[in-house]
Write a protein that binds this ligand. Structure first.
Ligand SMILES: *[C@@H]1O[C@H](CO)[C@@H](O)[C@H](O)[C@H]1NC(C)=O
Ligand SMILES: *[C@@H]1O[C@H](CO)[C@@H](O)[C@H](O)[C@H]1NC(C)=O
Ligand SMILES: *[C@@H]1O[C@H](CO)[C@@H](O)[C@H](O)[C@H]1NC(C)=O
Length: 245
């Protein structure tokens, strides 16, 4: 009986200890999460100038003078070029969730973009069963874009080589609305509008229905690239690079 109550006391103490450790980790998780949010806010501002020292151009807006493309989608073939391409809104996202769990080594995130859009001049040779040459202005937008997911990581053994390793990246992309406004696909306005509607539907389905495929691709492709880029840097080093301190 005596030994039983001793066991109960030890268990109770252990539980309290555990709760205390969990509470500490919880507080630490929250404070690191707020550092991540602050860092992302700095990233948004820095995107205007880019990171020239790392060869990254201004991203907000992102501008390309000239870019050739060669698309082959089954029957349809399009070859041409974009001129004066501008991507707006890369830094105009709202950080909805940054939730770090140090115990599980997992970072959950959710970002919301009101509008991520591209405007450009284009010229294209489009061939299916026929060939035609087209040029004009084009505008496309993903509106109400929701990017969420989680990153699982490990930080190795603290003290020795505690550099960061990404274990898994899962990203879900959902777009509320797609806008396509490509001029001059057809000389008939009604037909041009119809083609744009088909493109809108196609993009919407591509983004919203391929979430799993995209997540798999990202995890298998981007995870090793991330780890390559991280090299033997720690989280601290990386935040330092981003914030330039
Ligand atoms: C393009 O995106 C930017 C940034 O989100 C936004 O301010 C602008 O209104 C958008 N343009 C159009 C025409 O929707
Ligand atoms: C539409 O495309 C034709 C054929 O390339 C071109 O002659 C015409 O200038 C274009 N119109 C506009 C408004 O860009
Ligand atoms: C964004 O997407 C995630 C996962 O698909 C979902 O859980 C979340 O509720 C969405 N957020 C909004 C604001 O729609």
């Amino acid at each position: 009986m005596k030994s039983l109550s001793l066991v109960a006391i030890i268990l109770a103490l252990a539980a309290c200890q555990g709760a205390e450790v969990a509470e500490k980790l919880g507080a630490q998780s929250r404070s690191i999460a707020s550092i991540i949010v602050d860092t992302l806010e700095l990233v948004k501002v820095q995107m205007v100038q880019g990171w020239p020292q790392y060869g990254i151009p201004p991203l907000a807006p992102l501008q390309l003078k000239h870019k050739e493309f060669d698309l082959n989608a089954g029957e349809l073939h399009a070859k041409g070029a974009f001129d004066d391409l501008t991507v707006h809104g890369l830094n105009e996202f709202e950080i909805k969730i940054i939730d770090l769990n140090l115990l599980l080594s997992r970072l959950k995130f959710e970002f919301h973009f009101a509008s991520l859009n591209v405007s450009t001049q284009y010229q294209a040779d489009v061939g299916a069963n026929y060939r035609m040459t087209r040029n004009g202005g084009a505008f496309m937008a993903l509106e109400d874009l929701n990017i969420s997911g989680h990153i699982k990581y490990s930080t190795g053994i603290v003290g020795s080589n505690n550099y960061l390793r990404i274990k898994e990246i899962i990203v879900n992309v959902v777009t509320g609305n797609v806008v396509s406004n490509i001029e001059n696909l057809s000389k008939y306005r009604i037909l041009n509008q119809k083609i744009n509607e088909i493109i809108e539907e196609f993009i919407s389905l591509t983004v919203n229905d391929n979430t799993e495929f995209f997540a798999d691709w990202l995890d298998s492709t981007v995870t090793p690239i991330c780890n390559d880029m991280i090299g033997d840097r720690t989280i601290k080093d990386i935040i330092g690079i981003i914030t330039g301190s």
